[in-house]
Design a binder for this molecule. Structure first.
Ligand code: UD1
Ligand code: CA
Length: 467
């Protein structure tokens, strides 16, 4: 492309059929708002600027853009269209932000699955010289604008369904809502729009007429894949596109060599990066950025968010790894699950074993440490080769503040122990089963703490707030 690209995203229209409190363009597909998918297309094309036209529920859409738009590698702006007088009127609102030296690509905020290659072909057809339209033939074209071709194959007009004659309604080639035009030419065409039509709207599609009147060729790039121009107007359509997106992602992973037990039973809501010889069983959900190293195996029914699983590690069935607030790391050769729960800030070293019904939060476990059954480790630093017994917990919270537990290398903690933090268990020590430890223990010693039962009347819990 030897011209600068600016993108206008139409997102001012109403999405009433979603029956949602949220604007349609913020509904999630593959874990991301529809509008984010569209803006990523713009970023993939190396657009220099994207202007989002907001209107219905503009405040919410603009707040969302301010929230995650800054991460996009392009200049992002929004303009309000108030009231919404049609698609042509919408693009008119963006014009003051579009420099004359570029090409304007018009996209819809609710059409998320257009491929970059398709848009590149459309832009190549435009070539900075003419008006290019993305079109498609549909077995049932009703509701869409129809493409009227001239005898030479160029486009003569787009006729909206509501304005079409019986003969025009018979045309099965439709306008997708996506077009590209040199901005310096688009500007005068848009200035000439009027609303003398069946809907009393300023139609963007009327620029075809004005382009032809000005002697500018209008060409269509017709594709076959309806998915690429499918919009979202209802929960059913959203779900349909979700499956299509997931299928696409599964195919991409398999092409890289990832072995999926069933590509139809995988959900990637973010980005999944895989090394070689990765195997993923059925019904797994990946959220945010997840990295799976060489030879990693993920069992059935795991949910994994924001995590790095190193080479050779195995996540056994029904495990939940949640690194949303602080990414989780699972070291090489580690084994997690079945039924394990790794919460934010968990860092497992090489060959660590976390077994069934073990919960780990904001804790690190060094190489070879094991907690195999029914245990809780919160705010703990666990040394190499520690063995942490069934039913043992760190009592890390005193009702007001969190405290750390340090379990040094080679400690064996028996079953059913309570470690009342802050506490340090010295290296190589052994803690007898059923101990409730309130004080640190010396290295190399056997410690047993099973006191008789006492109650303290009138004891006051620490107050919340400070600390
Ligand atoms: C439009 C096209 C039609 C095409 C169809 C493809 C026009 C006049 N017609 O139809 O030829 O086949 O898309 O889906 O352009 N929007 C605004 N402001 C407005 C009106 C709409 O921002 O005042 C936005 C909507 O939010 C949406 C997009 O423009 O993202 C298209 O609007 P929509 O009403 O869905 O398009 P149609 O009129 O159905
Ligand atoms: Ca409309």
């Amino acid at each position: 492309m030897d011209f600068a690209l600016d993108v206008v995203v139409l997102a001012a229209g109403k999405g009433t059929r979603m029956k949602s409190r949220w604007p349609k363009v913020l509904q999630r597909l593959g874990g991301q708002p529809l509008l984010a998918h569209v803006l990523q297309q713009a970023a993939q094309l190396q657009a220099r600027k994207a202007v989002v036209v907001t209107g219905h529920e503009a405040e919410q859409v603009e707040a969302a853009l301010a929230d995650w738009g800054a991460a996009l590698p392009l200049l992002l702006r929004s303009v309000r269209q108030q009231p919404q007088l049609g698609t042509g009127h919408a693009v008119q609102q963006a014009l003051p932000l579009l420099p004359d030296d570029g090409v304007t690509l018009v996209l819809s905020g609710d059409v998320p699955l257009t491929e970059a290659a398709t848009l590149r072909a459309l832009l190549a057809l435009c070539a900075g010289q003419q008006l290019a339209l993305l079109t498609l033939r549909l077995p049932d074209p009703s509701g869409y604008g129809r493409i009227e071709r001239a005898p030479d194959g160029s486009v003569q007009a787009i006729v909206e369904h509501k304005d079409a004659s019986a003969a025009q309604l018979g045309i099965d080639e439709i306008y997708s809502g996506i077009m590209a035009a040199p901005t310096r030419l688009l500007r005068p065409w848009l200035a000439q729009l009027d609303n003398r039509n069946a809907q009393g709207e300023y139609y963007l599609t009327d620029v075809v007429r004005h382009a032809r009147a000005a002697g500018c060729p209008v060409q269509a790039h017709r594709i076959d894949d309806a998915l690429q121009v499918a919009g979202v107007n209802s929960p059913a359509q959203l779900a349909e596109l979700e499956r299509a997106l997931q299928r696409r992602q599964a195919e991409r992973l398999m092409a890289q060599g990832v072995r999926l037990a069933d590509p139809a039973r995988l959900d990637v809501r973010g980005r999944l990066h895989c090394g070689q010889d990765v195997e993923i069983d059925v019904n797994c959900v990946f959220e945010g950025e997840v990295h799976l190293g060489d030879g990693v195996r993920i069992g059935a029914n795991c949910v994994i968010a924001q995590a790095r699983i190193e080479a050779g590690a195995q996540i056994l069935p029904f495990s939940h790894i949640d690194g949303q607030r602080d990414p989780v790391q699972v070291g090489p050769g580690a084994q997690v699950g079945p039924f394990a729960r790794l919460r934010p800030g968990t860092r497992l070293g090489p060959e660590v074993h976390i077994g069934n019904f073990v919960e780990v939060k904001n804790s690190s476990l060094a190489a070879g440490a094991k907690a195999n059954h029914l245990a809780y480790l919160g705010d703990a630093t666990v040394g190499e080769r520690v063995n942490y017994g069934a039913g043992s917990i760190t009592a890390n919270y005193d009702g007001a503040a969190k405290h750390r537990s340090v379990i040094e290398a080679d400690v064996h903690v028996g079953s059913n122990c309570v470690l009342v933090a802050p506490i340090t268990l010295g290296a190589g020590g052994t803690i007898g089963a059923g101990s409730t430890l309130t004080k640190s223990t010396p290295p190399g010693a056997l410690t047993v703490a099973r006191g008789k039962q006492i109650s303290l009347p009138g004891w006051q819990r620490p107050k919340k707030g400070k600390g």
